[in-house]
Ligand binder design. Structure first.
Ligand code: 13P
Length: 239
């Protein structure tokens, strides 16, 4: 819940100028819903894709205040986030809700970016893998492993989001490897191809070390995505 029309314009102008289709990484933005139309007009035909921050899994109907998958595809979205920790914690999205949203996104031809991750208390209790596993299983049981060929996963330890505390590259790599191994036990090819992003206080200074890890395929960036210069420092760290 950041931004304004003016901020979106200046951010996208900066990103378009500082990145390219032949660049070091794929780039996408996930603006708040009111800016999707503006983002679509500015990025249409460019190398940068865009997506929604959540979706309601129901078909269009009497759900005042909600946004369904067809509205996102109508706005040119390629992606949609599902299960972001703030949706889970503040808006009470359960594992089952997240699975329904993931399924609705796929059915509409959107690529879901499934966010998983443990709280500080869960990590301290040694429950990181159990929590991530439970969050993945809720979706796997709903849609099956084959559906993950059209998805991205984002590991976002809740204690690292917006706190300035980043998981060390080794902490993040360990969970990423756990996720990939778990998926590989179901389908080795999909597991080797799926992108697993890390999110949680990624910035221009820590991105290169994170992205150097073998199972970290990119970042899901919050605070450092609000200014083009900061976001581009992360983009360029991929190189
Ligand atoms: P920060 O990069 O601000 O920690 O946010 C991460 C995040 O949740 C992105 O969705």
């Amino acid at each position: 819940m950041h931004g304004s029309g003016r901020m979106v314009r200046s951010l996208l102008e900066g990103l378009l100028a500082g990145s390219s289709a032949q660049g070091v990484a794929d780039l996408a933005v996930f603006p708040p819903f009111p800016y999707l139309s503006q983002v679509g007009s500015m990025l249409s035909g460019s190398h940068i894709k865009w997506g929604g921050q959540t979706l309601n899994p129901n078909p269009q109907g009497a759900h005042t205040g909600e946004i369904d998958s067809s509205m996102l595809t109508d706005m040119g979205c390629f992606y949609v986030l599902v299960g972001h920790s703030e949706r889970r914690a503040i808006y009470a999205e359960s594992d089952a809700d997240v699975a329904l949203r993931f399924s609705a996104a796929l059915a509409a031809g959107l690529e879901p970016v499934l966010c998983v991750g443990e709280t500080r208390e869960e990590r301290e209790a040694g429950l990181t893998e159990a929590v991530v596993s439970r969050q993945l299983d809720a979706v796997l049981n709903q849609v099956g492993m084959a559906a993950f060929s059209g998805a991205t996963i984002a590991y976002e330890p809740v204690w690292a989001i917006g706190t300035g505390l980043t998981a060390t590259p080794q902490q993040a790599q360990s969970v990423h490897a756990f996720i990939r191994d778990k998926l590989a036990s179901l389908d080795g090819i999909i597991a080797s191809q799926i992108r697993i992003l890390y999110g949680g206080s990624v910035n221009g200074s820590n991105a290169a070390d994170l992205f150097a890890q073998s199972d970290i395929d990119g970042g899901l960036v919050g605070g450092a995505s609000l200014e083009a210069e900061d976001f581009l420092a992360i983009y360029n760290a991929v190189a």
